[in-house]
Design a protein around this ligand. Structure first.
Ligand code: FUL
Length: 481
């Protein structure tokens, strides 16, 4: 009799289950494009600043530099890319042209380039060599083409904008497609300008007609991420120190970003909860004090520990890290920079070697429709697309993770399933210590990734409480190290 009842109940459950097909949570808009999603997953890219400045000792060339000084006699671009790959970078962004206007490729639109330099007898092409290196070592490539050009005689007129667009087309045709194009914000001022040596002011909002340029590029290089203060692909993080906001929304309202706006850096640093576009932060910072190589800074290369701190305040706050590693006058990455990068890699490998959550057990206060598709166990696997979710009206919930045994813990890492938008506004982490739950970390936003220190606590149990969220929870992964 008992077993008949059981069979009947099971039958009802199956019927109910298939009747109530559990739908995934509705997206919280805005959401990332597929290209932005792939960009988030790159996490760390290398930035390369290289031009006549490397040989003059300047940071901003005036534009009157003789191309004859560009002579990286021992250049080995493959060495750069190999080092970047070993350090764990997934992409490289090269200054094809910085503000001084010197082009690292033989552009058909100017003579102010490698063609008139001694590099490989005028037959050299740094952009080509970077493109080849990226293919060889499996990295994606991007370019920085400075809109401000202190060499060009027509800078400030519509003719220059055509020149700029022609160069973009040329770069994409010959070396693209690129994963990212950098539209730097520094604009206008004094310069050589073909010998005029005057000061030129442009209206940054209208002069370049960015929508026109973006439209043009999108046709020939679809899915490229445009970097600028206002995106549309990704945004500047508001400082060059390597620090994203502890609260870091991927969302921002682009029409609120204009040059001269008070506290714009602060807004770029944190994004805004009610932002109407998905424009995530990119953290650009140099391994040295300057963006270009200067011998006198050889002793000021950031230490592996400092680079790891930057990793935590960039990747660990849901941003992408763009670390500048400038080649020296020989055309090589300097030994000191290599040592730092190696040390940084060792710290990353050591810290994130064993994810203790993988062999742990997990339970949640609830899960969506009690359906396995949204079960808490999805938090522990490596598949970004499998996630734990709550019912539509549940914006608070908790998850308990029990390790096999008591361990010393250094970090907890959380990832939101941002394909459905960024949601979490506040959460806390408690540990079972001395027979009670004690708060060991608190956070606000999570986004693509959030890493918080656990300061060597010894415990076998953690409880993560999601306290506030824009909508129901959708969490992809929790890792413990
Ligand atoms: C700034 C430039 O002026 C610097 O020289 C450097 O390229 C940095 C990444 O962006 O706006």
């Amino acid at each position: 009799m008992k077993s008949a009842i059981l069979v009947f109940m099971l039958g009802c459950a199956v019927v109910l289950y298939s009747q109530n097909e559990v739908k995934p949570p509705a997206p919280v808009f805005p959401i990332p494009s597929a290209a932005q999603m792939a960009w988030h997953q790159m996490e760390m890219n290398a930035f390369v600043h290289f031009t006549t400045n490397t040989f003059t000792g300047k940071e901003w060339g005036f534009g009157d530099e003789n191309p004859g000084i560009f002579n990286p006699a021992q250049a080995n671009v493959q060495q750069w890319i190999n080092i970047f790959q070993k350090a764990g970078f997934r992409g490289v962004i090269l200054t094809a042209k910085h503000h001084d206007g010197f082009c690292l490729w033989p552009s058909t639109y100017t003579h102010h380039s490698v063609v008139n330099s001694p590099y490989k007898g005028g037959k050299g092409d740094i952009v080509m060599e970077v493109a080849e290196g990226c293919k060889r070592y499996g990295l994606k490539m991007g370019v920085y083409l400075s809109p401000w050009d202190r060499n060009h005689a027509r800078y400030g007129t519509p003719e220059y904008v055509d020149y700029y667009r022609n160069q973009l087309k040329e770069l994409i045709a010959d070396y693209g497609p690129f994963f990212e194009i950098w539209f730097d914000g520094a604009n206008g001022g004094d310069g050589y300008y073909g010998g005029a040596k005057d000061t030129r002011k442009i209206d940054g909002r209208t002069y370049y007609d960015w929508p026109g340029t973006i439209n043009m590029v999108n046709k020939i290089n679809p899915n490229v991420i445009f970097f600028s203060d206002a995106g549309p692909g990704c945004r500047w993080v508001g400082n060059e120190k390597g620090v994203a906001g502890e609260t870091n929304w991927n969302t921002i309202s682009v029409d609120t970003l204009y040059a001269g706006k008070p506290n714009i850096e602060q807004l770029l640093n944190t994004g805004s909860e009610d932002g109407t576009s998905w424009v995530p932060a990119e953290v650009d910072v140099s391994i040295r004090p300057g963006w270009f190589y200067h011998q006198e800074e050889d002793s000021q290369v950031k230490t592996p520990e400092k680079l790891f701190e930057i990793y935590l305040s960039s990747v660990g706050r849901g941003a992408v890290l763009l670390l500048n590693v400038p080649p020296d006058r020989r055309g090589l990455i300097h030994e000191n920079d290599i040592q730092s990068l190696k040390g940084f890699r060792r710290i990353l490998d050591r810290t994130f070697k064993i994810n203790l959550a993988q062999k742990a057990s997990v339970r949640a206060s609830s899960h969506r429709g009690n359906h396995p598709l949204f079960a808490p166990k999805n938090l522990l696997d490596d598949d970004f697309d499998s996630y734990w979710a709550t019912e539509d009206n549940e914006t608070t919930a908790n998850v308990e993770i029990t390790l096999k045994s008591e361990r010393t813990l250094q970090y907890i890492e959380l990832q939101e399933y941002i394909k459905l938008g960024q949601r979490v506004k506040s959460f806390s982490v408690e540990a079972w210590l001395n027979n009670q739950w004690q708060t060991v970390a608190t956070g606000t936003t999570i986004g693509y990734k959030c890493i918080l220190p656990l300061n060597s606590i010894k415990t076998a149990q953690l409880k993560i409480t999601f306290r506030d969220s824009k909508a129901c929870l959708a969490i992809s992964k929790i890792s413990i190290y």
